[in-house]
Design a protein around this ligand. Structure first.
Ligand code: MRU
Length: 360
């Protein structure tokens, strides 16, 4: 996608360096962060310099490729080093399926080439690069598959950021809107602010501004107000992991939007590639949910009058907080899942994901 007229990916590899748009600084500062080794890339996933299921999947794949480049040149030492790196990356964030999918795929490519160390290094890079390309391409295809849902003048509510910043490019929930806009259909987007990290208010708002799409940021607790006033035509959100029965884990607050949508007769869609589907996970209760530190709830960060980012406490001194990062929306509340191969019902998502895996 374009930033000031220049095409950027969200995360990319240049030799042994992994480069990424620093999402902790957006929208107040646009800066590229360079991770020189796999430990720096893992740390950038953990502290959310890069975030969003697809983007952390791409970064995770690159981290394992970096580790393959750093590893000792004997087969046993190589394997031990790369396995330890894979474990480090897996431990960064537990919920997004794409991260585990990427680590496993790049690791398998590297180990399959042993004892040829040079071959293992280049196989790891090739697998990571291929996954980055696939992530961008599936986002584009999700845009094509979902764009017929966006009628001219449609008012779409979205939660968190499932745009190009959450993937290598294009995104999921926002991709149908971008595709419809390129086809000349206007869309209006209600952007949930998405406390506590404000991915909607900060990242989705910045993305939509750049794309020239009309939107308003709303407090997280205002969605029901606008739905009941019939000012929302459909909801589209992304997903971090979809269980075999179609239950969907996504950013905290998604579940209540789905309940509100059902109550108000509004179609609730999830947009996600098949790499987000965990066919080994029977249902939403089995999806590991990340709980982040309470300081994200207790404090808020933004620029002061001079533009310096400051963190201020916004909660009563001494109060404690809880900070679950994701929740689970039952399959029954999902009207359809917009995939790279069309819109699929939640109940058939596992079968379709298996078909897609066999075909690739
Ligand atoms: O904690 P984040 O910002 O990584 O969470 C991101 C989301 O929940 C997105 O909605 C999700 O990844 C779906 S789109 C990739």
């Amino acid at each position: 996608m374009l930033v000031n007229g220049r095409h950027y990916l969200t995360v990319w590899r240049e030799g042994s360096t992994v480069r990424m748009i620093d999402q902790n600084l957006l929208p107040f500062r646009f800066q590229v962060f360079d991770a020189a080794d796999h430990r720096a890339t893992a740390a950038a996933i953990r502290d959310m310099t890069t975030r969003g299921a697809g983007a952390i999947g791409t970064a995770a794949g690159f981290a394992v490729a970096q580790a393959a480049g750093e590893a000792p040149a004997d087969a046993a030492g190589f394997e031990a080093y790369v396995q330890a790196a894979a474990a480090l990356v897996r431990a960064t964030r537990p919920t997004a399926r794409n991260l585990f999918y990427a680590v496993d795929r790049v690791l398998a490519a590297a180990l399959a080439a042993l004892p040829d160390i040079a071959g293992a290094r280049s196989a790891a890079c090739a697998a990571a690069d291929a996954m980055a390309r696939e992530d961008a391409e599936t986002g584009r295809l999700i845009g094509e598959a979902g764009s017929p849902l966006i009628q001219d003048g449609a008012r779409v509510l979205t939660h968190c950021n499932a745009g190009w910043l959450a993937f290598t490019d294009w995104g999921t929930a926002l991709s149908p809107i971008y595709t419809a806009a390129r086809a000349g259909r206007r869309a209006f987007v209600w952007v949930d602010e998405t406390r506590p990290r404000l991915q909607g208010a900060r990242l989705t708002a910045w993305e939509l501004s750049g794309e020239g799409i009309d939107f308003r940021v709303i407090p997280d607790n205002a969605a029901g107000y606008f739905m009941r006033r019939k000012e929302v035509d459909l909801v589209i959100v992304g997903a971090d992991r979809i269980a075999a029965n179609g239950d969907v884990a996504n950013k905290i607050g998604t579940y209540e939007k789905a309940v509100l949508a059902r109550e108000n007769g509004i179609p609730f869609y999830v947009a996600a590639p098949f790499s987000t589907v965990d066919v080994d996970c029977p249902n939403g209760d089995a999806i590991p949910i990340e709980e982040r530190g309470e300081e994200e709830v207790l404090n808020a960060t933004g620029p002061d009058a001079e533009g310096t980012l400051r963190t201020l406490r916004v909660v009563s001194p001494g109060a404690r907080a809880r900070n679950p990062a994701f929740d689970v929306t039952p399959a029954a509340l999902v009207k359809g899942i917009i995939t790279e191969r069309g819109v699929v019902s939640a109940g058939e998502i596992a079968a379709r994901a298996r078909d897609a895996a066999r075909a690739s």
